[in-house]
Write a protein that binds this ligand. Structure first.
Ligand SMILES: [Zn+2]
Length: 132
């Protein structure tokens, strides 16, 4: 591991915490909207597939949010462990530009692209590390 200048982790911690809060709020807002929509929908058969479709979108969106929350909490953990801003693959510092755009980034752009390509090829199924 190189001893480059460390990113200002306090600022990133704030960013990450704010983002996590945002995601949590949007998740509960979606949930509330879903309940309201369900009450509005007349329960005849024609609407059922539409309702299923909406549920699917809702679940799908929720899954993305949950993944993002996990990414954020992992990033906060890396701040605690003093490994924040270091690529998990090549151990080079991740560029501040990338961290500003994606504060929960685990990999530098090069590794990220390589991993994305391997997923596209079907070589890797999951992007995430296995659950602990
Ligand atoms: Zn890398």
């Amino acid at each position: 591991m190189k001893n480059g200048p460390k990113p200002k982790t306090a600022a990133y911690r704030k960013l990450l915490e704010r983002k996590a809060e945002e995601v949590r709020q949007s998740m509960s807002a979606q949930k509330a909207a879903q309940v309201v929509a369900r009450l509005d929908v007349p329960s005849d058969e024609g609407d059922l597939s539409q309702q299923h479709h909406e549920e699917w979108i809702f679940l799908n969106r929720n899954t993305i949010d949950i993944k993002l929350l996990r990414e954020i909490s992992d990033a906060l953990l890396r701040i605690d462990q003093d490994t924040y801003g270091i690529c998990l693959e090549c151990e080079e510092p991740i560029s501040p530009k990338r961290l500003d755009a994606v504060p929960w980034a685990r990999y530098c752009v090069t590794c990220q692209e390589r991993i994305a390509a391997r997923i596209a090829d079907g070589e890797l199924v999951e992007f995430q590390e296995a659950d602990k």
